[in-house]
Design a protein around this ligand. Structure first.
Ligand code: NAP
Length: 233
């Protein structure tokens, strides 16, 4: 948990997208166990409520391709600020596509969720993050978005995550003077619906993400990490 003023008595508020299953759900569980007041968001209201009830956290229905204003309004009324935003929701690990023949509608669809979604939500929640004493933005990326290791394949997913990494750098630079730490994290290959069988446990993937939520003041910003260690851009 970020270093906090001893006079601050309220637990920090963390907002997570795509929290109903997979890594997002586990991020919510871990943050709640660490004392955060978690707002689990998911595009399906019933799934958001069910997962939140199981974890004992708050929920709000939110599709990252939609208007973030109702979520921002809810957070303003319920908490007055946000300490951590975890942009986790993502789609379209398009193993069936190649860049040379990719369906650009699919590429566009991936970007809408994986890049413009986090971008739009971060913009919308920035006024609330600015009211936090220790604001953190964590973009859940992937080594698939690393230009250093970029090969062929998964073009929609890889391009969207490369874009998310670029967004991370820009936001970090623009917010550096305000103490908002913005980082991209890779959870590693994780056994979820997206990752498939054989990946590492969800708890390990989520821990790679929550590390960046708990960064102390003065911690890194504008970085790309897995398990707390830098990943090449
Ligand atoms: P997952 O099991 O497929 O879960 C994806 C989550 O995103 C679901 O909760 C899904 O909700 C949600 N989502 C999709 N579109 C959404 C939208 N428009 N609005 C709101 N929520 C939406 O994936 P995961 O493996 O947990 O992945 C989580 C993050 O880790 C992603 O950013 C992914 O790119 C990244 N990652 C995963 C791996 C891996 O090996 N698993 C590796 C590298 C990076 P629904 O249930 O409604 O579909």
């Amino acid at each position: 948990m970020p270093t906090r003023d001893p006079h601050e008595t309220e637990a920090p508020v963390a907002v997570v997208t795509g929290g109903n299953r997979g890594i997002g759900r586990e991020i919510c569980r871990q943050l709640a166990a660490e004392g955060y007041r978690v707002v689990l968001t998911a595009r399906d209201k019933a799934k958001a409520e069910a997962a939140a009830a199981e974890l004992g956290v708050a929920s709000f229905p939110f599709d990252v391709t939609g208007d973030p204003a109702p979520l921002a309004e809810y957070l303003t009324d319920a908490y007055g600020h946000v300490d951590a935003l975890v942009n986790n929701a993502a789609i379209l690990y398009d193993t069936w596509q190649r860049a040379i023949t990719a369906d650009l509608d699919v590429v566009r669809e991936a970007a809408e969720t994986n890049l413009y979604g986090p971008w739009r939500l971060t913009q919308a929640l920035l006024p609330l993050l600015r009211r936090s004493a220790h604001p953190r933005v964590v973009n859940v990326s992937s080594e698939s978005g690393s230009l250093a290791g970029m090969g062929g394949g998964t073009p929609a997913y890889s391009a969207s995550k490369a874009g998310l990494n670029a967004l991370t750098r820009m936001l970090a630079a623009e917010l550096r003077g305000e103490g908002v730490l913005v980082n991209a994290v890779c959870p590693g290959w994780v056994a979820t619906d997206m990752g498939g069988a054989g990946g590492r446990p969800v708890a390990q993937g989520a821990a790679s993400v929550t590390w960046a939520v708990r960064l102390p003041d003065g911690g890194p910003s504008g970085g790309f990490f897995r398990d707390g260690k830098p990943v090449p851009w």
